[in-house]
Every structure is written in C-alpha cells, then in structure tokens.
Design a protein. Sequence first.
Length: 397
Amino acid sequence: MNRTERLYYQDCYLREFEARVVVSEPGPRGWRVVLDRTAFYPDSGGQPADRGTLSGLPVVDVIDEGDAIAHIVESRLDAPNVTGRIDWERRLDHMQQHTGQHLLSAAFEQAGEYKTVSFHLGAEASTIDLDSDRLSRRQMDEAEDLANGIIYEDREVQISFASAEEAARLGLRKPTEREGEIRIVEVRDFDRSACGGTHVSRTGAVGLILVRRFERLKGLTRVEFVCGRRALKTARRDCLTLTEAARLFSGALDNVPALITKQSEELRAALRAREKLVKRLAEYEAREIWSASIERGGRRILSRVFAAEDYDEAKMLAHALTRQPTTVALIGVKGEPAALFFAQTPGGAADMGSILKQTVMKVGGKGGGARDFAQGGGLDEERLEEALTLAEGLLDA
C-alpha cells in the first residue's frame, strides 16, 4: 500500500522539498502523482488544497486518499524524483484563516459557550456555524475582541501528537472520534484542538480577525469572517466604498447609514406615488382605448404590444381594461423573453387561461391563469404579433 509522509504535519512553513515518485499515471482530471513524502496539503477539514509545482509542472489539485496523497498535475510526469514547491502566498493565507478560525471558535466558546459545528474556508471569506441561533451583534463583538486580543499577545501555536486516549485526557475544545495518533494544535493557554490543517507558529501572524456578518439559520448562526491579509484588503475596500458613498451623499463618513436610510424612505415614497399615478393613467388610457375601439359580436377585443421597459404599465392597463364592459385585452410586452397578459371583463364568455395555454403551446413559452386573467412568458419577442393574432383567432373559434 502506498503511504505518503505528510511533511506539513511537522513544518507548516516548509515551502520546497524533494521526494521520490511512487505512482505516476493518467487520471480523469490530469496526471495523478503519488510521492513518498509531500508538503502539499490536500483538500480536507474545511481547508482547500495547496497549489504549486512538481518539477515545474503546475499542481491543479491535491487529494487525500487515506494513507496516500495524490497530486494532480497538468501533464505527464516520468521523473523518478521531483522537487515540490508550494504556492506560499496561498499557503500563508490559508494558515492565517485556519488559525484565525481556531481563535474565533475558542472565543465564542469561552465568551458564551457557543460551539462550532462546522468550518469552511472559502476563496474570499470563511465561515463557522455555531450551535445556536440566538447570538446578537454584541456577542459577535465580544468574541471578535477576545480573539484579536490573543493575536495582539502573539502567543505561541504549538503542534504535538498524542494517542487517542491521551488526547481525550488533554481537554480538547471539540472531542475527536479519530483513532491512533492524533495531531493537536494548541494556542498557548487559550485553545487546544485536534486538527490536521496548516497553521501559523504564533498568533501574531494571523494579523487581524474581522467578522464581516452573521445570519441565523435553523438552530444555528453562520458567522462570516476574514483574517490576515484578507482582513486588510476587506477593510480597505469597505473604507473606500463608504468614502465614495459619503462623497455621493455630500455627507460625513459616519452619516452614511442615516443618509442611505433617508434616501431609501424617500425612494419608497416616490415609488408609491408613481404607482398611484401609473394606475390613474392606466384607467384613463383604458377608457380612451375602449371608446376608440369597435364592438364586434357583442364585445371589444383590444390588442396591443408594449416595449420591454413598459412591463408594469402594460400589466396595469390589462387590468384597467377589464373594468370596462364586454372587453377582452390581449397585451404583449417585448423583451428577452417576451410576456403576455390576457384578460377580460369578469364573467366574460372566454377562458383566458385556456386561450393563453393554447397560444404558448404553438409559439413557445409557458404560462396560465384563471378564466378572467392569465399571463405567460418565456417566448421570443419576434413571435409576439403571431401570438396575439393566434389568441384573437381562438376567441372567434
């Protein structure tokens, strides 16, 4: 059985190493290479895999296969020995995020006895899920302050190994179900966890933990955070965004939330006023269109096509027309996709839902509705006129 020595277990700062090739073969995603030893961390425990090169060939993925670690490279590798080089910028970023997660999880547990049930290290931000949906902003700040306090003290982060029985007696933050030798990551006098990931050697290297936001899920709270260089970039971007918002509002940076609230209220009031005006205009247009139409067979069939930007007005007009006597409104709205509104004066002889379904079956799209009002969409705007003509023909059938 192939077995790979995991060099990162002992030295997370190892950037370059020599190794013997044990397996080199084609695979579904590239060339699969197993080495006798590696510093490449595989995708595991919520932490993404490392990237880098093997003798100059880019490593596109690293897979944990149990005892062995498979490196997926872009092309054939025939050499008996290789030099591996880790993408250090990516590795350091992951080390900062993962150690930061340990600090934040321990802080939540110490500040409020909230336990971390899962962790995910993403490309832009990381998340932990806590076992309660009752956390407040104040509790977020308390845990964030506590974790950052440990960073400022630049405490040592130690890696050690113990048997499962010994690890159980050490008081791990989260009990482990692993058997055999257990790798333990300990932040001096603050946290002790079983973990196979890569970590910084001192908490000061995490730099900063910044809680971005949190959301309550069913029985859980998901906390999104960034650490280290990510925290710097995020804080800089947030500051630039707020500064630009303050400039646009011609106000102070601290007043941006109040200014946004005020403008949102004004916008909602303006939209409500506009909606009332559009409804009144639709009623006026409906009466005008109805008066100018010709009655055929005891009813007036009114067919119109509107531009895409007039979608809401077209729908309101369809409703307004049905408040005129003995009226059928066949309304089309351009766009990609286009839309249809079929309506009639309540109690009319036709079935709008049935006519719309028959129409879209022939011209494309989908939709349906009740006897007096139906709507559809998903059709090509080039077939709108055809759809309205077809519907009018169905009315006369």
